[in-house]
Write a protein that binds this ligand. Structure first.
Ligand code: DX5
Ligand code: ZN
Length: 224
Protein backbone atom coordinates (compact mmCIF):
# COMPACT_ATOMS: atom_id res chain seq x y z
CA UNK A 1 0.00 0.00 0.00
CA UNK A 2 1.24 3.48 -0.85
CA UNK A 3 2.66 5.51 2.02
CA UNK A 4 2.60 9.31 2.13
CA UNK A 5 6.04 10.50 3.22
CA UNK A 6 5.93 14.17 4.33
CA UNK A 7 9.00 16.21 3.43
CA UNK A 8 9.97 18.56 6.25
CA UNK A 9 11.66 20.87 3.74
CA UNK A 10 8.22 22.50 3.44
CA UNK A 11 7.53 22.54 7.20
CA UNK A 12 7.53 25.54 9.49
CA UNK A 13 10.93 25.21 11.18
CA UNK A 14 9.93 27.42 14.09
CA UNK A 15 7.59 24.61 15.20
CA UNK A 16 9.11 21.53 13.65
CA UNK A 17 8.32 19.17 16.55
CA UNK A 18 4.66 20.13 16.45
CA UNK A 19 4.49 19.66 12.67
CA UNK A 20 6.05 16.22 12.95
CA UNK A 21 3.58 15.19 15.67
CA UNK A 22 0.75 16.39 13.48
CA UNK A 23 1.67 14.07 10.58
CA UNK A 24 2.45 11.24 13.01
CA UNK A 25 -1.13 11.57 14.24
CA UNK A 26 -2.22 10.98 10.66
CA UNK A 27 -0.42 7.61 10.76
CA UNK A 28 2.72 8.55 8.87
CA UNK A 29 5.52 6.00 9.38
CA UNK A 30 8.25 7.81 7.51
CA UNK A 31 9.49 11.40 7.14
CA UNK A 32 11.61 12.72 4.26
CA UNK A 33 14.65 14.87 5.07
CA UNK A 34 16.21 16.79 2.17
CA UNK A 35 19.92 17.47 2.49
CA UNK A 36 21.32 19.99 -0.03
CA UNK A 37 24.90 21.21 -0.24
CA UNK A 38 24.65 24.22 -2.59
CA UNK A 39 26.79 22.36 -5.16
CA UNK A 40 24.84 19.41 -6.51
CA UNK A 41 21.73 21.60 -6.32
CA UNK A 42 21.60 25.41 -6.14
CA UNK A 43 20.20 25.49 -2.61
CA UNK A 44 21.09 24.63 1.00
CA UNK A 45 19.03 22.93 3.65
CA UNK A 46 19.91 21.27 6.90
CA UNK A 47 22.79 19.47 8.56
CA UNK A 48 23.08 16.80 11.24
CA UNK A 49 21.77 18.96 14.16
CA UNK A 50 18.32 18.86 12.55
CA UNK A 51 18.49 15.07 12.12
CA UNK A 52 19.54 14.68 15.77
CA UNK A 53 16.71 16.94 16.93
CA UNK A 54 14.06 15.13 14.91
CA UNK A 55 15.42 11.78 16.08
CA UNK A 56 14.77 12.83 19.67
CA UNK A 57 11.09 13.59 19.06
CA UNK A 58 9.99 10.74 16.79
CA UNK A 59 10.43 7.03 16.16
CA UNK A 60 9.25 7.10 12.55
CA UNK A 61 11.69 6.15 9.83
CA UNK A 62 13.87 9.11 8.79
CA UNK A 63 14.41 8.99 5.03
CA UNK A 64 17.39 11.15 4.05
CA UNK A 65 17.64 12.33 0.45
CA UNK A 66 21.24 13.42 -0.08
CA UNK A 67 21.41 16.05 -2.83
CA UNK A 68 25.12 16.46 -2.24
CA UNK A 69 28.33 15.96 -4.21
CA UNK A 70 30.08 13.81 -1.61
CA UNK A 71 27.68 11.20 -0.18
CA UNK A 72 30.55 8.84 0.73
CA UNK A 73 31.80 11.26 3.38
CA UNK A 74 28.44 12.39 4.73
CA UNK A 75 26.18 9.31 4.58
CA UNK A 76 27.81 7.69 7.67
CA UNK A 77 27.56 10.99 9.55
CA UNK A 78 23.82 11.27 8.89
CA UNK A 79 23.32 7.62 9.83
CA UNK A 80 25.06 8.23 13.18
CA UNK A 81 22.82 11.28 13.68
CA UNK A 82 19.70 9.10 13.26
CA UNK A 83 18.94 8.52 9.56
CA UNK A 84 17.28 5.15 8.81
CA UNK A 85 17.26 5.40 5.01
CA UNK A 86 19.79 7.16 2.83
CA UNK A 87 19.38 7.81 -0.87
CA UNK A 88 22.25 8.95 -3.08
CA UNK A 89 22.06 10.42 -6.55
CA UNK A 90 23.16 8.22 -9.44
CA UNK A 91 24.56 11.38 -11.06
CA UNK A 92 27.27 11.91 -8.41
CA UNK A 93 28.34 8.37 -7.52
CA UNK A 94 31.47 7.17 -9.28
CA UNK A 95 31.39 3.89 -7.37
CA UNK A 96 27.69 3.43 -6.80
CA UNK A 97 27.85 -0.26 -5.93
CA UNK A 98 30.42 0.47 -3.22
CA UNK A 99 28.47 3.46 -1.86
CA UNK A 100 25.23 1.47 -1.57
CA UNK A 101 26.97 -1.39 0.26
CA UNK A 102 28.69 1.10 2.57
CA UNK A 103 25.32 2.62 3.55
CA UNK A 104 23.93 -0.84 4.32
CA UNK A 105 27.06 -1.80 6.28
CA UNK A 106 26.60 1.39 8.34
CA UNK A 107 23.14 0.10 9.26
CA UNK A 108 20.74 2.06 7.02
CA UNK A 109 18.54 1.20 4.06
CA UNK A 110 20.22 2.25 0.82
CA UNK A 111 18.46 3.93 -2.07
CA UNK A 112 19.53 5.32 -5.42
CA UNK A 113 17.92 8.49 -6.83
CA UNK A 114 17.59 9.44 -10.49
CA UNK A 115 16.98 12.94 -11.80
CA UNK A 116 14.33 13.55 -14.48
CA UNK A 117 16.97 13.33 -17.27
CA UNK A 118 18.50 10.07 -16.03
CA UNK A 119 16.99 6.85 -17.47
CA UNK A 120 16.03 3.85 -15.34
CA UNK A 121 18.07 1.58 -17.65
CA UNK A 122 21.25 2.86 -15.93
CA UNK A 123 20.11 1.22 -12.67
CA UNK A 124 19.96 -2.31 -14.06
CA UNK A 125 23.09 -3.47 -12.23
CA UNK A 126 22.17 -2.12 -8.81
CA UNK A 127 18.50 -3.12 -8.57
CA UNK A 128 19.44 -6.32 -6.75
CA UNK A 129 21.39 -4.30 -4.14
CA UNK A 130 19.16 -1.35 -3.32
CA UNK A 131 16.42 -1.25 -0.70
CA UNK A 132 14.64 1.48 -2.65
CA UNK A 133 14.77 3.55 -5.83
CA UNK A 134 13.78 7.22 -5.73
CA UNK A 135 12.46 8.64 -8.99
CA UNK A 136 12.61 12.45 -9.05
CA UNK A 137 9.48 13.96 -10.55
CA UNK A 138 11.01 17.47 -10.44
CA UNK A 139 14.57 18.69 -10.85
CA UNK A 140 15.91 18.63 -7.29
CA UNK A 141 16.67 21.75 -5.28
CA UNK A 142 13.32 23.38 -4.57
CA UNK A 143 9.90 22.57 -3.20
CA UNK A 144 6.64 23.53 -4.83
CA UNK A 145 7.61 22.67 -8.43
CA UNK A 146 5.40 21.09 -11.07
CA UNK A 147 5.24 17.32 -11.39
CA UNK A 148 6.99 15.93 -14.50
CA UNK A 149 4.64 13.21 -15.83
CA UNK A 150 7.39 11.09 -17.45
CA UNK A 151 8.37 10.05 -13.92
CA UNK A 152 5.38 7.70 -13.99
CA UNK A 153 6.73 5.86 -17.07
CA UNK A 154 9.92 5.29 -15.08
CA UNK A 155 7.95 4.01 -12.10
CA UNK A 156 5.98 1.59 -14.32
CA UNK A 157 9.21 0.32 -15.84
CA UNK A 158 10.76 -0.22 -12.42
CA UNK A 159 7.61 -1.95 -11.14
CA UNK A 160 7.63 -4.32 -14.13
CA UNK A 161 11.33 -5.06 -13.73
CA UNK A 162 10.82 -5.77 -10.03
CA UNK A 163 8.27 -8.46 -10.89
CA UNK A 164 10.27 -9.92 -13.79
CA UNK A 165 13.47 -10.18 -11.75
CA UNK A 166 11.70 -11.16 -8.51
CA UNK A 167 13.24 -8.26 -6.58
CA UNK A 168 11.76 -6.40 -3.65
CA UNK A 169 13.07 -2.81 -3.63
CA UNK A 170 10.57 -0.08 -2.79
CA UNK A 171 9.74 2.61 -5.37
CA UNK A 172 9.67 6.21 -4.13
CA UNK A 173 8.67 9.36 -5.99
CA UNK A 174 9.57 12.94 -5.02
CA UNK A 175 8.45 16.34 -6.28
CA UNK A 176 5.12 17.92 -7.16
CA UNK A 177 3.06 15.21 -5.45
CA UNK A 178 -0.42 16.29 -4.41
CA UNK A 179 -4.10 15.34 -4.34
CA UNK A 180 -4.41 15.94 -8.09
CA UNK A 181 -1.90 13.23 -9.10
CA UNK A 182 -1.81 10.81 -6.16
CA UNK A 183 -4.23 8.34 -7.82
CA UNK A 184 -2.04 8.06 -10.94
CA UNK A 185 1.05 7.76 -8.74
CA UNK A 186 -0.51 4.88 -6.79
CA UNK A 187 -1.66 3.09 -9.96
CA UNK A 188 1.82 3.37 -11.50
CA UNK A 189 3.25 1.30 -8.62
CA UNK A 190 4.77 3.80 -6.18
CA UNK A 191 5.25 2.59 -2.58
CA UNK A 192 6.49 5.84 -0.99
CA UNK A 193 5.16 9.20 -2.21
CA UNK A 194 7.09 12.17 -0.83
CA UNK A 195 4.91 15.25 -0.33
CA UNK A 196 6.24 18.62 0.85
CA UNK A 197 4.08 21.63 0.05
CA UNK A 198 0.87 19.63 -0.42
CA UNK A 199 1.18 18.52 3.23
CA UNK A 200 2.87 21.31 5.17
CA UNK A 201 1.40 24.25 3.26
CA UNK A 202 -2.10 22.83 3.74
CA UNK A 203 -4.30 24.37 6.43
CA UNK A 204 -4.40 20.97 8.15
CA UNK A 205 -1.35 18.78 7.32
CA UNK A 206 -2.81 15.68 9.01
CA UNK A 207 -5.95 15.96 6.96
CA UNK A 208 -3.92 16.47 3.76
CA UNK A 209 -2.06 13.20 4.49
CA UNK A 210 -5.28 11.29 5.21
CA UNK A 211 -7.02 12.58 2.09
CA UNK A 212 -4.12 11.70 -0.20
CA UNK A 213 -3.80 8.26 1.38
CA UNK A 214 -7.49 7.64 0.92
CA UNK A 215 -7.39 8.77 -2.72
CA UNK A 216 -4.48 6.37 -3.31
CA UNK A 217 -6.33 3.49 -1.63
CA UNK A 218 -9.42 4.12 -3.71
CA UNK A 219 -7.37 4.24 -6.91
CA UNK A 220 -5.79 0.89 -6.06
CA UNK A 221 -9.07 -0.77 -5.15
CA UNK A 222 -10.74 0.08 -8.48
CA UNK A 223 -9.92 -2.53 -11.12
CA UNK A 224 -9.64 -1.10 -14.63
C1 DX5 B 1 13.13 18.73 -3.97
C2 DX5 B 1 13.08 17.83 -2.76
C3 DX5 B 1 11.72 17.40 -2.37
C4 DX5 B 1 10.82 18.52 -1.94
C5 DX5 B 1 9.47 18.21 -2.51
O1 DX5 B 1 14.41 18.82 -4.42
O2 DX5 B 1 13.82 16.65 -3.01
O3 DX5 B 1 11.73 16.38 -1.39
O4 DX5 B 1 10.69 18.67 -0.55
O5 DX5 B 1 8.64 19.30 -2.35
P1 DX5 B 1 7.22 19.38 -3.05
O6 DX5 B 1 6.42 18.20 -2.58
O7 DX5 B 1 6.71 20.69 -2.61
O8 DX5 B 1 7.45 19.31 -4.55
ZN1 ZN C 1 13.60 14.97 -1.57
Amino acid sequence: MLQIVPSIFAADFTRLGEQIRCVEDAGVTQIHVDIMDGHFVPNFTMGTPITESIRRVTNVQLDHHLMIEDPDTYAPIFIKAGADCISVHYEVCRNLDRTLHMIQDEGAKAGVVINPATPTSLLENVLDIVDFVLVMSVNPGYGGQQFIPNALNKVRHLARTRVERKLDFAIEIDGGVGPENIADIARAGVDWAVAGSSVFHAADPARAVREMRQAAEEALSVKV
